[in-house]
Each structure stands twice: as C-alpha cells, then as structure tokens.
Design a protein around this ligand. Structure first.
Ligand SMILES: [Zn+2]
Ligand SMILES: [Zn+2]
Ligand SMILES: [Zn+2]
Ligand SMILES: [Zn+2]
Length: 329
C-alpha cells in the first residue's frame, strides 16, 4: 500500500494509532473518547454522532484519568505520524520526481515503524490486560513489521544502552544472523548447550562455546557442529567437537575395562558416533546439538542410539537394518 497508494497508507496508519489509543480510553469509560468541547451523550456516542478526542487530549486523559499515560517518546512518535499525515495528504497531490517520492516514502516507513514499536510495547506490556484477547492479531502485525530493517534499527537504538552495560558486565554479544545487529546474547560457559537469544529480533539458536584447542580463544557453534575459530581460523567439524565434548576420563575407563560406551549414533541427524556422554552426564549430539538424558542400545548391532530401540532387533537403528537387512542379504 505504501508503494502504490502512499497517501492512504499514511492516513490509515495514523487512524489505526488513534483507534488503539481511543480503545484504551474506551475501556475505562466511553465518555473519555468524546472531545471536551462537547457534552458526552451516550445515545449520540453509540450512533457515532460525536467529535472524538485529539491525540493530545487523549494523552492527557490517559495520564490524568486512566493513570496509564504515554511516555514522551511514545507521544512524540505518534505525533510525528500525525504531522506526516497532514503533510502527506497534500504532498501526493503534487507532482514530484521518483527520487523525491522515494525519499518521502522512506521517511514514512521509519516513522510508522517507530510508532508501531512503541504502540506494540503499550499493547503487549503496559496495556496488556486490555488488549490480550487480540494477542494473535497483534503478533501477526508485529511479525510483518519486524521484517523491515528500519524498524529493527529503532529497537536496537533503544536497547543500545542496555547492551552496553551488559557488555561491561561481561556478557558476550554476537552479530545476530537474522537481523544483523550485534544483539545476540551468548553464554560463554564452556561445553554446555544453551539457547542464544537476540534482544532485537527474538531469534533463538541452540549454541555452544568451546576454547579453541589451538589458540585458546572462544569458538562459538550455532545449531550445528561446524564452526571456525575467529582468531586462528581453525576449522571444526562434528567429529572434532565430539572429541572435545566427550568426558575423556569416563571414556578412558570404559575403553580400558570394557564398560559402557560413551558414544552413540544420532537418530535425528543420522550422525555416526556424534552423540557423546559429557562431563555434565548428558548425552549431546555434536552434530545437531540435541541433548538426551540416556541412550538405548540397538538390539541388532549393539551400538547406542538416540531413537526408540524397542523394535531394533527386527528393524535396526539409524546405522543398521536389523534382522530384516540380514535376511535380504
Ligand atoms: Zn536478531
Ligand atoms: Zn583458534
Ligand atoms: Zn544429531
Ligand atoms: Zn543397529
């Protein structure tokens, strides 16, 4: 809509912002939506025969009557959209070059996204009790808007102080592969699978940190057992990672005494000997980063496997075909 009918995009967007603000007032009392220049009249109100509050009036009532006002930043963002609305209605009647039009569109997008960022915060945090029944619709709108980078820039700018102070407290941030901002939080404890989360776009990734075996610097793996050391360039693959993750004392004892094996195969990613018993007594697949509390042995080939092994004598595991394979050959 912004591209083919920018004028209407601007008008409708602003109308939507006003509607949300008025809906919040309405939840308190219908009369708050009527401008102070008129006496509130219930039958006129419900037939639509009344003049509604301006944004400033609404903000004032939210603060003084509802006790849930807008912050200055919120009000400014909404007012910018309102100002643009009035300007745009005239601008697109006149003839302008394509370059000028694009510049104007870009400005509109930024303002709308910023306004949405603040509106979304209001709807899902401060006013969530009033708007919770529309959570799905609000989430859909948010997803659509989060795809636009300009919107995320606003989010990132708003978080920059927090990120700075977290960094000073030793929190490790990486560039997020989804939104491109340095806002993905990492838990640099060695050799434990965790979920890294991006403060800007909310992306979650199963991650793991190790110390590089060559240069001792931090190496981060995301979602899979392939990574390169950013300091010395050493390349890691799942089998290298499996060797690093395995509880070596336990593996030594089992190799020496013929005890239970400390490695198995992954049913999920078909990894061969990628699932290892770590020092935290968890089974971790060094290829797909799934974590298991225990593994069962295949009744046909005896290898440990992450899948359900109850039929394995007949049907095998991820790495053998069981008795049915034997019959065929
Ligand atoms: Zn992100
Ligand atoms: Zn290294
Ligand atoms: Zn796996
Ligand atoms: Zn098997």
């Amino acid at each position: 809509m912004l591209n083919d009918q920018p004028k209407y995009s601007v008008i409708h967007f602003y109308a939507a912002v006003e509607l949300f603000v008025k809906a919040r007032l309405m939840d308190e009392h219908w009369s708050l939506v009527v401008t102070k220049r008129q006496d509130p009249d219930k039958s006129k109100f419900f037939s639509g025969d009344f003049q509604s509050v301006s944004l400033d009036e609404a903000a004032n009532r939210l603060k003084k009557i509802v006790g849930s006002g807008l912050s200055q930043a919120e009000l400014d963002a909404f007012k910018d959209v309102a100002k643009h609305r009035n300007k745009m209605v005239h601008f697109f009647h006149e003839a302008h070059s394509e370059k000028e039009n694009n510049k104007v569109r870009h400005g509109i997008v930024k303002e709308q996204l910023k306004a949405w960022y603040f509106l979304h915060q209001l709807l899902t945090v401060k006013w969530k009790d009033v708007f919770h029944s529309w959570n799905t619709e609000i989430a859909k709108l948010d997803t659509a808007l989060r795809k636009l980078h300009e919107f995320l820039q606003v989010v990132f700018d708003n978080l920059s102080e927090e990120i700075k102070s977290q960094k000073q407290n030793g929190v490790h941030f990486e560039e997020c592969p989804s939104c491109g901002f340095e806002s993905q939080i990492h838990d640099t404890d060695n050799k434990i699978i965790y979920e890294s989360s991006c403060l800007v776009c909310g992306l979650l990734e199963k991650s793991l940190c190790i110390e590089c075996s060559d240069c001792n610097k931090l190496v981060i793996f995301k979602e899979e057992g392939f990574s390169d050391c950013q300091s010395c360039g050493k390349h890691y693959e799942p089998e290298n990672l499996a060797e690093i993750l395995i509880d070596s004392d336990e593996a030594y004892i089992s190799a020496k005494d013929g005890g239970d094996s400390c490695e198995g195969n992954c049913n999920g990613c078909d990894g061969y000997h990628t699932v290892v018993l770590t020092e935290n007594e968890e089974w971790v697949c060094a290829s797909c980063f799934e974590v298991f509390s225990s593994l069962e042995s295949c009744e046909w080939c005896n290898e440990l496997n992450t899948g359900d092994m109850s039929e394995s004598y007949t049907f095998g595991c991820s790495h053998c075909e069981g008795m049915s394979g034997w019959d065929k050959s």
